[in-house]
Design a binder for this molecule. Sequence first.
Ligand code: ADP
Length: 294
Amino acid sequence: MAALQPLVSHLQTQTGQSLHNHRLSSVGGGDINSAYRLQAANIDWFIKLNRADLAHMFVAEAAGLRELAEINAVRVPKVIHFGEFQQHAYLVLEFIELGSLHSRSASLFGQQLASLHQRPQAYFGWAIDNTIGSTPQHNTRDDDWVSFWRQQRLGKQLQFAAANGYAGSLQTQGEKLLEKIDGFFSDYRPHPSLLHGDLWGGNAAADNQGQPIIFDPACYYGDREADLAMTELFGGFSRDFYAAYQAEYPLDSGYKTRKTLYNLYHILNHLNLFGRSYLNQANSMISQLLAELN
Ligand code: ADP
């Protein structure tokens, strides 16, 4: 931690805040970055650190948190500062004591996520590209959601998978799926909403007042069903959450089928990030989707 002292001095200069008599402790739990808590009089910050060449990840994370904060539907940590210092990229956020989303907070979160999703956005994509985990996520504007999902989501992950050596039926069946993807949207026209984009249970919590908090986003404007689908992929969200979301902003009946189409993106991403143990799941999701279309 002694190595972080120059960063603390740098932050003091950059933010104009006094960090005199500060305390620094390490925070666990992240997948990608190392994280610290920095406390001083009137200061309680959460600092994420990574290599300087990954500074673009923090630029995009800060942009996402700021846009979510502006809509003000769900609480997010305030962005204090971000930049590069020596060999590091850093992101400084407000530190929030995080707890689980218990029943009342879970219902509140359902309502709040619905109201984030109800806010209309102008197009599919986003102002900048970002990352999902550490995988590049392309957000070039497209007014057609189906072509956005085909090219910039599933198509890209299949290309990354090919580059990672996953050839064969993943690619042939994956291509078949991309060709037929319109079939999932014959009577459903999604509207663009600001999505959290990486909404698994580890990126949502409650503060010590029970207010829901979301963090570590991979934002873009997309079909809200993609956010909902991801909440179901790894679990962690209660019935209260889904009931409150449905009451506020009911889902289309075709969601049950499209959910697999949306979660395939994250499973392909896991295949690309974490390896072969996700291959069977990816293949069986593709088979299931192709079977739905027949
Ligand atoms: P990574 O990008 O490395 O996955 P996260 O942003 O998910 O890192 O943060 C890692 C962990 O730190 C989270 O699981 C959460 O428990 C905690 N955390 C995240 N943001 C804050 C915050 N603003 N204040 C306090 N703890 C936080």
